[in-house]
Design a protein around this ligand. Structure first.
Ligand code: NOJ
Length: 565
């Protein structure tokens, strides 16, 4: 009785929605520098993407979000933009971009741009104008005097996410400017309505070119407390004085101004959509690492809408030791906190975090990919996840990531984001088929001989084949898109169903090494039979498993369909 009650408490019931194209879409993140190099310079580019768009079609994704391809000195791999309306030479030209949109439209894939409002590059024209106090541009960035005009001591103790003070003195302007990321990434000043307008104009520019929306970068950093108060120490053990975590970010993170700017961007998109009735909605997704309450406000508040969805990073900390119970908790935390009527999304990796295949047990990677697709809402894939690509190997000397290169060599392995950014493994030829260059911008991982797309296309039940089945099933199954979710666990086995009328989709995932017997009727009503349609590490009983006695070997994951009488 007690057990039944506990299990009942573990179940959540959430309805999927698919009124709009994006609500059940698969968003595929392309990291252009490492996707495909068309001209042999060792750096991925737009023609490379165009030449491999058929892979996205083949994988069955709905939309591609491109990490920044704007003109940029590449201090932070393009997240330092020097012209929001131009393409970085290494990546190609505006004609190439137009060709990309045309090809994507032909294939039915929507292109999403990365938008970086918090900061520009210090090479942006706005920064020159502001640093020189050109009329109209004086307040485009966050400028402050040092204490009593000091040129040695910064205005306050704020720290950069990339280490050390978040302030840099300009001897031209004779003031300090704020940079919450690299020194070369000055923060734009969103207290200035002209800056908000500039960003809205940039959105319009790309929307008019045919993009379907934006992934908006680093949104919690957009605004700062105008009191510019010192931040208190965190007291976190083992954190050096110059590291961002040394302080609690009471005055620089998740400030009301940041939400206000995102809500203004949403209003702008709504307006853009409203004059294009019948067209697919243009959308916005936000990137914020924050506690669950602050995260949910990106969706909007009582009065205003915000992002169409804000990235759900709940699964990012999951690792080898995570259990089925941990997954249930993470899913419930998101769904219990998400405002009514909003759309969920599920993310297991990106260019800022170690790859899924290197974080979790290697035999559980398919199970996690299935999980992302079985939950209600949007599924997000970082390039390479469809082939379970692991982290690459990069040394301190080869590193590019400023967050690691600004620090000490001994911290490189812990801090660097270069490992998840190494080039895509297309096939078993030179440089994994990514480039003909003798040297690529980051080294290609040697693991490509074993792990590559071409190989997985020829194998029967490869990671890629499973991924393809997942995206295909998503398109075909109304139950998967719209059905109610129920989720629970039996020790280290995750059990999930989606239900619509008499139809059920069932997902079982044994995260542990030991074989487990599952009786579905212990957990769910109405599941009388099961037709297994997708599976990993599960050889027997593919067609029809008895629902009262399902033998799940260690790391087995399976998806089945069921119709009740
Ligand atoms: C988040 C991006 O994903 C990351 O790569 C970048 O370094 C920071 N924002 C700063 O733009």
């Amino acid at each position: 009785m007690r057990l039944l009650l506990l299990i009942a408490l573990g179940l959540v019931a959430v309805q999927g929605q698919d009124d709009q194209w994006w609500q059940t879409a698969v968003f595929y993140q392309i990291y252009p520098r490492s996707f495909m190099d068309s001209n042999g310079d060792g750096i991925g580019d737009l023609q490379g993407i165009i030449s491999r768009l058929d892979h996205l079609k083949d994988a069955g994704v709905t939309a591609a979000w491109l990490s920044p391809i704007y003109k940029s000195p590449q201090v932070d791999s393009g997240y330092d933009i020097s012209d929001y309306r131009a393409i970085q030479d290494e990546y190609g030209t505006m004609e190439d971009f137009d060709a990309l949109i045309a090809k994507a439209n032909e294939l039915g894939i929507k292109i999403i741009m990365d938008m970086v409002p918090n900061h520009s590059s210090d090479q942006h024209e706005w920064f020159y104008l502001s640093e020189n106090r050109t009329e109209g541009y004086e307040d485009y960035y966050v400028w402050k005097d040092g204490p009593e005009g000091s040129i040695q001591e910064p205005p306050n103790n704020w720290l950069s996410v990339f280490k050390y003070s978040a302030w840099k003195y300009s001897s031209i302007r004779e003031q300090w400017y704020l940079h919450q990321f690299a020194v070369e990434q000055p923060d734009l000043n969103f207290e200035n309505p002209k800056v908000v307008q500039e960003i809205l104009d940039v959105l319009k520019f790309w929307l008019d070119k045919g993009v379907y929306g934006f992934r908006v970068d680093a949104v919690p950093h957009i605004g700062e407390s105008q009191g510019f108060e010192d931040e208190p120490k965190s007291g976190y053990p083992g954190v050096a004085e110059y590291e961002h975590d040394y302080l609690l970010h009471w005055y620089t993170h998740s400030m009301p101004k940041s939400y206000d700017v995102i809500y203004q961007m949403r209003a702008f998109l709504d307006e853009y959509n409203s004059v294009r009735p019948g067209q697919d909605e243009r959308i916005m997704m936000t990137e914020a690492y924050a506690n669950i309450t602050a995260t949910m406000w990106w969706y909007g508040d009582e009065e205003r809408d915000g992002a169409h969805f804000t990235f759900n990073f709940q699964f990012i900390p999951l690792n080898q030791d995570s259990t089925a119970g941990d997954i249930v908790d993470k899913v419930n935390e998101w769904l219990d906190n998400m405002p009514d009527g909003k759309t969920a999304n599920w993310v297991v990796g990106n260019h800022d975090n170690h790859r899924l295949a290197s974080r979790v047990h290697p035999l559980n990677v398919d199970g996690y990919n299935m999980l992302v697709h079985m939950l209600p809402g949007v599924a997000v894939t970082f390039q390479g996840e469809e082939i379970a690509m692991p982290n690459g190997k990069v040394t301190w000397e080869q590193g590019h990531d400023p967050s690691a290169c600004n620090g000490r060599p001994e911290d490189f392995d812990r801090v660097s984001r270069d490992f998840e950014r190494t080039p895509f493994h297309w096939d078993d030829t030179k440089n994994a088929g990514f480039s003909t260059a003798d040297e690529t911008w980051l080294p290609v991982s040697e693991k490509y001989h074993e792990n590559n797309l071409a190989k997985q296309k020829t194998e029967e039940n490869s990671h890629f084949k499973i991924y393809q089945s997942l995206t295909a099933f998503r398109k075909e199954s109304t139950t998967l898109r719209q059905g109610n979710l129920k989720l629970t666990n039996q020790h280290n086995v995750l059990l999930l169903t989606r239900n619509l009328n008499k139809d059920h989709v069932v997902f079982l995932f044994n995260l542990g090494d030991d074989s487990v017997t599952v009786d579905l009727n212990d957990h769910f009503d109405d599941i009388e039979n099961l037709n297994v349609i997708i599976s990993s590490n599960y050889e027997n009983d593919r067609k029809l498993a008895s629902v009262n006695n399902i033998q799940l070997p260690g790391h087995a994951a399976l998806i089945g369909t069921s119709t009740s009488q």
